[in-house]
Design a protein around this ligand. Sequence first.
Ligand SMILES: [Zn+2]
Ligand SMILES: [Zn+2]
Length: 250
Amino acid sequence: MALAGARALLDLIFPPRCVVCGASGADLCAVCAGKIRRPPAPRCARCDTPLAGEIAAPGGLCRECVTGVLAPALDRIIVAVVYEGPVRSAVHALKYYRKRRAALPLAGLALAAWRASGLRADVIVPVPLRRDRVRSRGYNQADLLAASVARGAALPVRRDLLARVRDTAAQARLTASERRRNVVGAFGLRPGAAPALTGRTVLLLDDVVTTGATVQAAASALREARPTAIYALAVARPPLPSSDAPEPDL
Ligand SMILES: [Zn+2]
Ligand SMILES: [Zn+2]
């Protein structure tokens, strides 16, 4: 309550501005919020990718999930919205312009998608960022998103379980198969992490997923501790996963 009161007082002195267009009154104004789209249905029951053509059956799986291209380490991917327009601007504000406040409306979108999924988790684990990125940015955007989602979902956040063990090339210019190869072995369990994961349901959190290669690689590392299930929650995914839109910067 004290925190909420402090926030209300701060909002009075410094009214929030839309992180996308600068309009006064809210972290994301109604006009910008109105342009945000959920990914079109039907979507893959496992990775949430919009389905098209002959495989477009509700409850169905996409080709990658059927053929096992997506490693079974991850049970589900949940994507809140399409990475375009105001969402893209807000993610850029958070990642490239150091507007930490942009994490709040983005986390709100992720939280709504998580609630709508009907799934349950015991712990939230933000996807660790490359160390040089954390140094240059001053923070990991997934940490900020995870903290905000965790408050809303009343779940603990653990940043001390998963580590980047290998720095990888930036994903943005790589093809889907190159991205998967690029992140293999990029993550590892931290010493002593297993007891917090064994028999638990883990929710990985990241800002943007494209091919899902990053969250798959993170899940592979977590899987060593034998959790009951691993889900990944992302704020957004580009409309065309094969496009050169940025995978979260690895
Ligand atoms: Zn706006
Ligand atoms: Zn799928």
